[in-house]
Ligand binder design. Structure first.
Ligand code: 26W
Length: 824
């Protein structure tokens, strides 16, 4: 047996076949003659799980025996997508399974399509968490992901006459083969109620929280298989249930109906993922969700710690690191304080010392509407004891830190206070996270710089060494090897097969950028991937697209700062040029969008509607002569991304500079050989550094120019009056040209860009964007030149593996050792 590989022995094709049949009979209770594709898929999952569980047992035993320090990743979101092909690839039995299934008369792709996406996240932050747990397992770091076992993930999206409709996502309606319920590790947590101040016999004050409700947390474990079977870690997701203990009383007092109602309320906590991305709604249920999973997870960590170390807390910070994925789980800080001070009866100073050596916080956004604040009123109602603790954390912070550096400076105290003063006092979760953590990081260099200069400058003055950068990354296993098998094979053949676990190896591919044979092979692969996507597009939208056109792709959540409407204005400019000049010379282009809008985000939904209406018109206009096609793919999600990314020629990364913290789709697309049209924002800056100026089309205002323009006063109307093309396009949107008989239906965009002041500087960047697109058009006309650029994009993206991000966290934040897994 190989050392450091958790999974002992891999099956042959024959063994897999037998195992699948065995499970078809023994686990599914059906027969080869009548099994549905769903049953075959489940039987195959069960067969795969024999190896997954083997690795899981070996990993857990090794970690326990070695009493390893571990990282605990706290995240409200995990955007896992499908696990079937990912697990097969990571175990290293994808080809064997494919053959085994073929010999049973089955197509592995049909089986893959039986799986619902596990969409327990909104976008970048949730997908980042999924890439990170893949990398932590691959690199053999003792790690556990903690989150919520939502019954409903992110809503499914349909279009009805071009407008977004949301439908519930019931991803585990019929069960999920990857999760294991662990009733032996149930936790109970409290909410509501009041705090009583008591005194013991020595006269020492003691706070007693009398909760109003007790809720049970049931853990579900999802094994996370590292590449080539390294470690098998777990993602532990908590499901809320009514507490048996609590219900007993209610039942006994004759309140049967009341008890049923309380059951429903308890179960509501893990019912549904909040679909907001970058807007804080401040809803009570959301705060309870946050507290519920943080409290369950902390108790789980402490139980494990005590099993190994007894009642001696001194080693706790050596053994436990907790990473807060944005401020969403920041309530874990006062919760750990409460456990230590109220339950373990530790002194405040000792408890605070532990906290400050355990927590680290990652900031993912600077947008003011995304910075979480909870009203003191709500906090007091839901978590009265935690509010007191936050007050005390704040009091000491202001007295012992702020007033020492800036004696008597009330202005500084107002700015830095965890409690924001005002008509409705608020708890600032970002402030709490910085104060309670030993390290704070942003997710790309420019973003980390802005976190320091614009968001928390005074905190930096207090603790200069607390702040650092860890640039995001993506797992090359899912985002190249599994989703783009043709390119993966070409890479294996030209540079060897080490790149999936050592992405810097891709550098070697750069030597082939001028090689005509490799250029042809690379372009042929792109062509086949585009043909595959064209088939998917036809099936989903009934729109026919030409695989020889440039595939220009913008996939991400719909948000004004991401500027899908800038893309739309460019499409309208091209369309108008074609109508004005029937011979307008451009390389045919297909613009593909994928985006969900938060259900309450009105303007985002109007932008979707406008793109769909413009698409309808353009796609059916004979005069266009197929130079333009516009497709809005419904229900964008991880599984659709896996089909779109390998087929992209152009990657749209066009956020207003300073607004996109990092971006990760930008990395996935460039890795698969797409040329980026992008602003100098987030990780685009670092991508440009890596691939070089010749291989990316950069445009638009820089962060500093954006700041300068806004300081001097930005007047979008000037662009409207001074640029005839802009004026014509915006006026066009107001007519009934795209919505026959209904003028004004698409005017929301124009209104926001003019009366609304164009907060994201769409008009300021418009002409620069058009030029960047013309540059791309020119590049594409030289196919060998394009091939070279595309190859260099793939070759020079090695930095952006999430393995590198994790190694950065380990070095700068977690100080963890990898743990070689031994087999029994
Ligand atoms: C409170 C509501 C809410 C919900 C989600 C606020 C903010 C969020 C997230 C921070 C949104 C998000 O996913 N941010 C993205 O995080 C990615 C991973 O770091 C970055 O690559 C993206 O630039 C950032 O927008």
């Amino acid at each position: 047996a190989k050392a450091s590989v958790a999974i002992a022995a891999l099956p042959s094709t024959e063994e897999l076949k037998n195992s699948i049949i065995k499970h078809l009979h023994g686990s599914l209770g059906t027969d080869v003659n009548k099994a549905s594709p769903q049953a075959w898929w489940r039987a195959t999952c069960a067969a795969v799980n024999e190896y997954v569980y083997d690795g899981l047992r070996n990993t857990q035993r090794t970690h326990y025996q070695q009493n390893t320090r571990a990282i605990h990743y706290f995240s409200l979101e995990y955007l896992m997508g499908r696990l079937f092909s990912n697990n097969l690839h990571n175990i290293g039995i994808y080809d064997a399974a494919k053959t085994a299934l073929a010999e049973l008369g089955l197509n592995i792709a049909d089986l893959e399509d039986q799986e619902e996406d596990m969409a327990l996240g909104n976008g970048g932050l949730g997908r980042l968490a999924a890439c990170f747990i893949d990398s932590m397992a691959t690199l053999n770091y003792p790690a556990i992901g903690y989150g919520i076992h939502y019954e409903h993930g992110l809503f499914k999206q349909d279009f009805s006459d071009g407008r977004q409709i949301e439908r519930p996502d019931s991803w585990r309606e019929y069960g999920n083969p990857w999760e294991i319920c662990r009733p032996e590790s149930v936790q109970e947590i409290s909410v509501y109620g009041y705090v009583e101040t008591t005194y013991d016999l020595q006269g020492k004050m003691k706070k007693v929280w009398h909760p109003g409700r007790i809720i049970k947390g049931v853990p579900w474990d999802i094994p996370v298989v590292g590449y080539q079977g390294s470690s098998v870690n777990v993602l532990r997701l908590w499901e809320s249930r009514a507490s048996d203990f609590f219900n007993w009383d209610v039942f006994n007092s004759g309140g049967y109906i009341d008890a049923a109602r309380q059951n429903i309320e308890a179960e509501t906590i893990s019912k549904v993922l909040y679909p907001n991305d970058e807007t804080d709604a401040g809803k009570e249920l959301r705060l309870i969700q946050q507290y519920f999973f943080c409290s369950c997870s902390l108790k789980d960590i402490i139980r494990r710690y005590k099993r190994a170390n007894g009642d001696d807390w001194s080693k706790f910070p050596e053994q436990v690191a907790i990473q807060l994925n944005d401020t969403h789980p920041a309530v874990a800080i006062p919760e750990l304080m409460r456990i230590l001070v109220d339950r373990a009866e530790m002194s405040w100073d000792d408890a605070w010392n532990i906290c400050q050596h355990v927590f680290a916080y990652t900031n993912h956004t600077l947008l003011p509407e995304a910075l979480e604040k909870w009203s003191v009123r709500l906090f007091e109602k839901v978590l009265p004891r935690h509010l007191e603790i936050i007050y005390e954390i704040n009091r000491r912070f202001l007295v012992e830190q702020v007033d020492v550096l800036w004696p008597g400076d009330n202005d500084k105290k107002h700015k830095l206070s965890i409690i924001e003063d005002g008509h409705e006092p608020m708890v600032r979760m970002g402030h709490l996270s910085v104060v309670g953590s030993f390290r704070v990081n942003g997710v790309a260099q420019v973003h980390s710089d802005l976190v320091k200069s614009d968001l928390f400058p005074e905190m930096v003055a207090l603790w200069p060494d607390k702040f650092t950068n860890v640039t995001n990354g993506v797992t090359p296993r899912r985002w190249l090897k599994a989703c783009n098998p043709r390119l993966a094979k070409l890479l294996d053949e030209t540079i060897g097969d080490e790149w999936p676990r050592d992405l810097k190896q891709l550098n070697k591919f750069a030597a082939f950028a001028d090689d005509p044979a490799i250029q042809d092979a690379f372009m042929a692969i792109k062509q086949q991937n585009k043909a595959d996507l064209a088939t998917v597009v036809k099936k989903l939208t009934n729109i026919s697209i030409d695989p020889h056109a440039i595939f220009d792709i913008q996939i991400k959540r719909l948000h004004e700062y991401k500027r899908q409407h800038l893309n739309l204005l460019h499409i309208l400019a091209l369309y108008r040029r074609i109508l004005q000049n029937p011979d307008y010379d451009m390389v045919p282009r297909v613009f593909l969008f994928g985006a969900k809008a938060a259900p309450g985000y009105k303007l985002a939904k109007e932008i979707i509607y406008a793109i769909n209406k413009v698409a309808e018109k353009i796609n059916n206009d004979k005069r266009v002569k197929n130079r333009l096609k516009v497709v809005f793919m419904p229900n964008y999600r991880v599984t659709l991304a896996e089909k779109m990314i390998p087929a992209a020629d152009v990657s749209e990364q066009i956020s207003t500079a300073g607004k996109e913290a990092s971006g990760t789709g930008n990395m996935k697309l460039a890795l698969n050989g797409a040329i980026t049209v992008g602003t100098l924002d987030g990780a685009n800056i670092e991508i440009a550094e890596e691939v070089g100026a010749d291989n990316i089309s950069i445009f638009g205002l820089t962060v500093d120019e954006v700041k300068a323009l806004q300081a001097k006063g930005y007047h979008s109307w000037d662009y409207y009056y001074q640029d005839a093309e802009i004026k014509a396009i915006l006026d066009w949107l107001e007519t009934d040209y795209f919505t026959p008989g209904k003028p004004g239906e698409l005017s929301a965009i124009k209104r926001s860009l003019l009366e609304g002041g164009d907060p994201y500087l769409v008009l300021a960047d418009f002409q620069s964007y058009v030029k960047a697109q013309e540059k791309v058009d020119g590049w594409y006309r030289d196919q060998a030149g394009w091939a070279k650029k595309a190859i260099l994009n793939t070759a020079l993206m090695g930095k952006f593996t999430s393995d590198r991000s994790i190694e950065d966290y380990v070095e700068k934040v977690w100080k963890l050792d990898a743990c070689k897994i031994s087999q029994q």
